[in-house]
Ligand binder design. Sequence first.
Ligand SMILES: [Zn+2]
Length: 647
Amino acid sequence: MIDAGTIERIYDAADIVDVVKEFVNLKKRGANYLGLCPFHNEKTPSFSVSHARGIYKCFGCGKGGNAVNFIMEHEHLTYYEALKYLAKKYHIEIIEKELTPEDIQHQNDRESLLVVTAYGQKVMADTLFNHPEGKTVGLSYFKERGFREEILHKFGLGYSPEKRDYFTQLALKDGYTMEFLEKSGLTIKKEDYIFDRFHSRVIFPIHALSGKVIGFGGRILRSDKTIAKYLNSPESEIYVKSKIVYGIYHARKAIEQADSCFLVEGYTDVLAMHQAGLENVVASSGTSLTPDQVRLIKRFTNNITVLYDGDSAGIKASLRGIDIILEEGMNVKVVLLPDGEDPDSYSKKVSNTELLEYIAKNERDFISFKTLLLLDESKNDPIRRASLITEVVKSIAIIPDAITRSEFIRECSTLLKTDERLLLSQIMKIRRERNARRFTPAGQEQEVIPAFRSQQQVFTPTDDIEFKEREIVRLLLTYGNLVLERSKDEVSGEQHETTVAERIIHDLTADELELLNPVYRQIFHEYRTQSEQQSIITEKYFIQHPDASVSKAAADLLTQAYTLSKIWEKNENYVETEEMLLKKIVPDTIHSYKHKKIIDLIEEAKVQLKEAYESQQEEKTRTLQERIKELNTFKQQLSKELNRPIP
Ligand SMILES: [Zn+2]
């Protein structure tokens, strides 16, 4: 752990232009610096760095943040590692919190385990290539399956002989202790005997991102139905199944270069793809995909292509797993291999070019893949069709980006021949329920914030409540401290000033409105808390926020102003900036947000009313009718306050 004082010194020293310049060729353009974005492929620069604000922002791919975020993103480091990187660059001594004896023990345990697994890998690889049994059984198995030796070496494959304690005896003789042999899972100790977990198996070492061996997978070669075909190391201090994907170390560079990652099922699929020259490939290795695994891939690309076996009965079962990728905001494509083929067999059957061509031709986005798959199944059965729509809607609802969501809604409404508005309202309902579940402390009643759209309006992305929330928070961050209006107290004659922040906070708090987007909500709450304590809230507070999602959102919102200011440009001589128009923009934005909220609330109430009416709940029907009336009155008041139709 790095202490807070050091973190602050690092932030102060890390000049954003200086930090970025090391990787990007920057040219000064007005107040900012411009260059080619290092995070996506581009020919004309859209990567902008603001020296004054200490932030970067790409207007092409949307990436943005502070100097620490940049290093995290560019060098694929954790927050802690990025701080250390910058500390080194600026010669800042890191004062770490003192390690307790337990911490030290913990570190030593990890080290010892890594030493044992490295040794295990070396011995088993040596056995594969040099031991008589290794050669005749292990090596010939791999060769029969069409693997070349260079691939076996590259992935450090190995063999563990039939003699049950062959490896353990060797390890003990070489001075490794039983304690760590057991902890690493390589040796299993029973009361009166010990044996190698992986005996009689070919071995697939599992590498961490750093390239260190952290665990093993072993495949039995005998056809014995009573023994599991594949066996894995047990979890340990160094090996956590849910956090690693097989092949990531060997694929990381290729993933970054191709800006995409193939996801396959098994170890041999990864090896075969490498052998075919496609190196941007990882395997979930049998387990269902976890969010941590997806985030690991996301450090290198936003695009995942899942390769499915042609005859896989498991496709439907694994559809749910793909939702996890969508939830992380990644683009998911799917390729179905020809009947009876898996990536291993197919990549050996065709040439590298043919494989690439097949993938390019058969790649489809996951949502339409899922829709067509289920559509085919439900054919003319209306009940199954209804559940199909629910299934598809669920997947769309978890996509975090509103624009992507609306694109898929449009596509699916065409595929399903269903009204776009119906899909949208179902999706909004799911999202609302998810948000409510996520952010309500147990036992507390949650204010219901519906997100139904008005039936009369045509849907546009900006219609989404999240876009309105975004505008509010952007104004708060960008202009919060500026004076919005001055008034004179008629009795005392004192001048009173209201800032933009005061106005926004007052207006939202008065109506007890809570933002739906968790990051915007957090920014709003922290802003309010800070201003209640009379502190001046600087941009720095949010840009250097230790929570990366907050600092990135802040960088993103604060850079918006640069582009927006151009919109207000009237003619060459006179530029009207957004700042000059705040008196109009701030109240308009708040009103527009509230208006949208009310429309949503009314729509929500209408749906509830219909349900209550149909199930003959008279009491509830009456209450809801009252509520709708109230909301309509409020809506009218709101329009009147503004004295013109709300934009
Ligand atoms: Zn970019």
